[in-house]
Ligand binder design. Structure first.
Ligand SMILES: [Zn+2]
Length: 239
């Protein structure tokens, strides 16, 4: 279950399933291209580093791919990377969102975590499931030991898409329903990501009840805020 917690009086969103991960809100913003937010972003990054008790925060350059990489203490650049695996407790990692679906993964037994960025493209390419499979193949994780958090994103209530997009999303979960390409409809990225994770054996999944458009007072929405450069973030450390 999700609940709001505070870091020095500022809101973050957490799940009672994982105490080493959270989602930032407007108040705890750590990613923005707006110069007005630079000081706040800098201060919040320091606050979060202290809260996580990590030496460094690392983030990839997200470009709506389905590329999965592994965070490395000595490397700061992760171009074209939309999922990052973490196995170093000196590091915190974060990925940034404003409508796309954040997926946090953590294997308690192996103490390996990851964050994936599932926009509709990444979701169609099954980025969450792909990240799980890499945790399994490269780090000996077991799907049944992985907890997944699906964070705030544009939800079915507000995510209108064309038939072409819905068809690709349906295809990604083995659903054969197809609609006409020029038809407009609504897509549920949370459910599609959940099904993809279940299809690779993840059972423990918590889904945040927040929509970035309906709850735009707490989170950022690219669609609702004319392409804002502000982001809320999924943040993770290991133990
Ligand atoms: Zn909504």
């Amino acid at each position: 279950m999700f609940y709001f917690d505070k870091i020095e009086g500022k809101n973050i969103l957490k799940s009672d399933k994982l105490d080493n991960a959270f989602f930032t809100t407007r108040e705890t913003i750590i990613k923005s291209k707006d110069p007005q937010n630079f000081d706040l972003v800098k201060a919040n990054r320091e606050l979060i580093k202290k809260y996580l008790q990590v030496e460094k925060l690392i983030r990839p350059s997200q470009t709506h791919t389905s590329n999965v990489d592994v965070a490395n203490f000595d490397r700061d650049m992760y171009p074209n990377t939309d999922a990052l695996i973490l196995n170093d407790k000196r590091l915190g990692i974060f990925l940034n969102f404003a409508d796309c679906t954040p997926i946090i993964l953590y294997d308690k037994k192996k103490n390996i975590g990851a964050i994936a960025h599932g926009g509709w493209r990444g979701t169609a390419e099954k980025i969450g499931a792909k990240t799980v499979l890499k945790m399994v193949s490269d780090f000996g994780c077991k799907s049944e030991n992985i907890t997944a958090l699906i964070g705030p994103c544009i939800s079915e209530c507000c995510f209108e898409v064309g038939g072409e997009v819905l068809n690709k999303l349906n295809e990604s979960i083995g659903n054969n329903e197809r609609i006409s390409e020029d038809e407009k409809t609504f897509a549920d990225l949370k459910q599609i990501n959940k099904i993809q994770l279940e299809q690779v054996g993840v059972k423990d999944i918590d889904i945040a009840p927040y929509c970035t458009v309906c709850n735009n007072d707490m989170f950022f929405s690219y669609r609702n805020e004319n392409g804002t450069s502000n982001r809320h973030s999924a943040v993770l450390k290991i133990k």
